[in-house]
Design a protein around this ligand. Structure first.
Ligand SMILES: [Fe+2]
Ligand SMILES: [Fe+2]
Length: 304
């Protein structure tokens, strides 16, 4: 990866969920105000714009996205937007569901990973050639955007609704020399390094659909010739580093934050030893959780 001579700012917001009962309009207003003040080069909106994919949800989302003053806004749908044939409203109000942007030495390829009325995502082999072609364009920073997570995100509970062809997509993206992958969906900010690539997840920017101690947030990516940083910003609150890396060597540093809910889980392991029955630990709880999950026939209300 060559490094650009100029500094760039990319704001990454996700999971707005306009129209959902847990949508907090004031939070989205605050976030957009802050994003506009940053004067970013690009704003990425990585899906779940709506609560249910209904037209009024979409109209509300369109109103909010219109408040973003940045010239380059890259918007794709998420699983919630593909519900109730909502992908048609997306096309009417936001345009194509797959986007490419070449600007300032950056190539940003954003794809719709949603499937109608399913929570899990898929990129699909039919699009691999197209993605490869877009990334063959000369660029010093290659960014791939999709709604669903390509790799598991810690502290999000039972793993589900990942991209069903994630292994093939990861291989494709590393072959294409992608530097950064941006996703949402799990409502938990996180960062992984995979070979030469950094896989970054954003939180939900404007809902209270939160897991554990995590707060609503969006991400700010800043690139300089010697350092790329990714911070999470709580609307109206703290800004904290998620990860930073050297674009040449790929050396990186990840950060742990109390405020964002990234602190290690409380150690609630209880040791019990009675009558030689062995040592009971947190693992016992895990077994009963798994058994309960396996026997449960109730609907899944934890989708993102
Ligand atoms: Fe989602
Ligand atoms: Fe979501």
């Amino acid at each position: 990866m060559k490094t650009s001579d100029r500094n760039r700012v990319i704001a990454h917001i996700s999971d707005l969920h306009c129209g959902h009962p847990h949508f907090v309009p004031e939070m989205l207003d605050l976030a957009i105000e802050e994003v506009n003040a940053l004067n970013p080069d690009v704003v990425v909106v990585s899906g779940d714009l709506t609560g249910f994919g209904f037209l009024p949800d979409y109209e509300l989302a369109r109103e909010y996205v219109d408040k973003i003053t940045c010239e380059h806004v890259v918007t794709i749908p998420g699983n919630h937007d593909a519900r109730n044939v909502g992908y048609l409203h997306f096309e009417d109000l936001f345009g194509p569901r797959n986007r490419v942007l070449h600007v300032d030495g950056m190539t940003i390829v954003a794809v719709d990973s949603s499937e109608p009325d399913l929570n899990e995502g898929c990129v699909g082999r039919g699009r691999y050639g197209w993605i490869r072609k877009q990334f063959s364009h000369p660029a010093d920073l290659r960014i791939f955007v999709l709604h669903h997570h390509l790799v598991p995100i810690p502290r999000t509970g039972r793993e589900r609704s990942m991209v069903t062809d994630s292994g093939d997509v990861l291989e494709l993206l590393t072959e294409c020399g992608v530097d950064i992958v941006l996703s949402g969906h799990k409502h938990v900010p996180y960062a992984w390094q995979l070979e030469e690539m950094f896989v970054i997840n954003a939180g939900t920017v404007s809902t209270t659909r939160l897991r554990g101690r995590v707060k609503p947030s969006y991400n700010i990516i800043e690139t300089t010739p010697n350092l790329i940083t990714i911070d999470q910003k709580i609307p109206g609150g703290e800004r904290e580093r998620v990860i930073s890396f050297d674009p040449a060597s790929r050396e990186y540093r990840k950060y742990i934050s109390d405020a964002s809910g990234w602190a290690p889980p409380v150690d609630n392991v209880r040791t019990v030893d009675h009558d030689g029955a062995g040592i009971g630990t947190g693992g016992g709880q895990g077994v009963s959780d798994a058994a309960a999950a396996a026997s449960s026939t109730s609907g899944d209300d934890t989708e993102s």
